[in-house]
Write a protein that binds this ligand. Sequence first.
Ligand SMILES: *[C@@H]1O[C@H](CO)[C@@H](O)[C@H](O)[C@H]1NC(C)=O
Ligand SMILES: *[C@@H]1O[C@H](CO)[C@@H](O)[C@H](O)[C@H]1NC(C)=O
Ligand SMILES: *[C@@H]1O[C@H](CO)[C@@H](O)[C@H](O)[C@H]1NC(C)=O
Length: 401
Amino acid sequence: MKIPKAWQLGVGDLPIMLAPPRHRTASRRPVGIIILVSLVCISLIGAYVYPPGHYSACYFFASSGCSDFKDWLPAIATRMLTDDELASKAVIGDILAMPYVPSKNPKIAFMFLTPGSLPFEKLWEKFFLGHEGRYSIYVHASREKPVHTSSLFIGRDVRSEKVVWGKISMVDAEKRLLANALQDPDNQHFVLLSDSCVPLHHFDYVFNYLMETNVSFIDCFEDPGPHGTGRYSKHMLPEVAKEKFRKGSQWFSIKRQHALLILADGLYYTKFKLYCRPGMEGHVNCYADEHYLPTLFYMVNPSGIANWSVTHVDWSEGKWHPKSYRAKDVTRELLKNITSIEASIHVTSDEKFDLGGPNGLTDKRKETSGYKGSNYEGGRVISYIRRSFLHRYSLVSMINP
Ligand SMILES: *[C@@H]1O[C@H](CO)[C@@H](O)[C@H](O)[C@H]1NC(C)=O
Ligand SMILES: *[C@@H]1O[C@H](CO)[C@@H](O)[C@H](O)[C@H]1NC(C)=O
Ligand SMILES: *[C@@H]1O[C@H](CO)[C@@H](O)[C@H](O)[C@H]1NC(C)=O
């Protein structure tokens, strides 16, 4: 019996079968073709079951390009990229390779994402005064037209749309602010702020710190618990693999190159728009504003981000909302405490989370942050940072404008 025999042949026999003996008659050719097709199928199945992952994933590439290439590929290294992925790889690759062109008059874009009027406008005015030409202001008011109390904010409203908390409209508003701010070629750094943010340092300090740092401050960490990877949907495959899924606070501060990258990305944005939303598959609440940018940058440019945000939020109370500061809480001592914070604490939703070192939980010093290292303690990943600048108030009552 010809076919069962063919099934016993190994892949190594294939080249012999490709050159069938000449004396075969035409009538036997279909059987030969069937055997050949079967062999090709077997070798394809073999390649699928035993992918050449035993070799380095970068087998065919120059060693210098290896890590970048591996970072890029979300799933099995042997997977063929789709048209959209190839296009995205070309565009994002070029944006990341762009040489830095310094502007003669560099500015920082301060982008306010707010439902309406800004309660701390007078405070921000004090922060900006005397620094004309080094900043620009953009206000996206999603619910009602803001009443401005500072002349610096007048005429700075961008066309806005409704924003629903936790939905993709939040990311859309961020992109709208970026698109507006990118129109000014002098804007080199883009800071996203809420209506409850106040500055913690004076203008020069913030300006110099952001301009001198080459990274974008995008919060990014792995939370293997229900409020992290638990929100991942398999529908994001093949472009976004589960192990690439990341989480982080939405309050970013990014360089121009990364602002362009965000606007250029349609592929990953669409994945998050469709499959990371409240009530996904009935019961999973995924919030695109907490996952899209951390995951995107973890995939395409992990070394380009700091993994922490320059806005300070206190989640230490372990509640659904961060600690709220009321007028009486805001003392000189509190501000001093916050500005001297040197660690960015990532609270995960999995208490047993182990960063994966050889000693598991007992190993308390693991290098996961580029700064000084990280600690793991009962569901919290602590990375040491230099300092945070802006503080996010979750309740607004500090000053009456
Ligand atoms: C920032 O990047 C530029 C160009 O890549 C480089 O010349 C410069 O040294 C970098 N600065 C810092 C602080 O890393
Ligand atoms: C500031 O930090 C010190 C030392 O950690 C602490 O004892 C104090 O209560 C803090 N004050 C405020 C207002 O947070
Ligand atoms: C941020 O984390 C990524 C890995 O997720 C790492 O490659 C990168 O160096 C980190 N960034 C800094 C500034 O440490």
